[in-house]
Design a protein around this ligand. Sequence first.
Ligand code: SF4
Length: 289
Amino acid sequence: MASLALRLTENVPGDFFVDSTCIDCDACRIFAPKTFSDTGDQSWVYHQPENEGELLAAQKALISCPTASIGSVARLDMRQALDDLPELVDDDVFRCGYASESSFGAISYLIQRTDGNVLIDSPRFSGPLVKNIDAMGGVSRLLLTHQDDVADHAKFHDRFGCERVLHQDDVHQRTAAIELQPSGIEPITLGNDIVMIPTPGHTKGHAVFLYRDRYLFTGDHLAWSERRGHLHAFRSACWYSWSEQIRSMERLLDYRFEWVLPGHGRPVHLDPAAMRASLERCVVWMKGN
Ligand code: SF4
């Protein structure tokens, strides 16, 4: 629970507040951008919710905060927010909320498919979320982009019996039991509508997942930069090899997609030509950094 005693002084007066335990993961700013903003090192409430939509979004942010750093002075009726996660992004793609601190608040996604639902990266294994995912059809596959975002993978596997997928180069002791551990840098087809594309760089075994040639789930490999106005990569959070990550980014130019759904940052939707142009700018930018 967030602590009023630790309430950041930057918060504007009102019910919602962020306390000093915030790890600046960005999740609240994704779910409720009209309420939460960035002080530089942490989030703060810059605008208290003023209508039902803003209140619901702020409640989802509160639920999704990985460190329980968001609080409310007043007692809230959270039922609607609890019912509304996972939250629709587009078509059959949802974002789960319930970010995990062990994944530094990374966003995980759920695809609701007739051939079996797919979870991309692991959210917190939380009762209300698990109940909602069960009602949506459960999970048949858990696709893990890299070693840092595995969170509660074992609990989801035990609950839903889902097959887990993680590149062999990112498998360690706590993920040794993962069922499918592809290797190398060649793309791997997973069913008729998902391709796993190894993208070493951020970590050695990082991979992205392309769904229906439309949605690219990018983990920590690729995201949108508001400041630069194009796709970019996290230079200061590249743990394995920046030069490898550039080569991985160039290989993505072989693919067509319209959406980038990152672990950290907002989803971005562009037409395929604009997306490709932005990816080309990203590669140029990476080579200069
Ligand atoms: S979700 Fe929580 S930890 Fe993440 S930025 Fe917001 S307040 Fe901070």
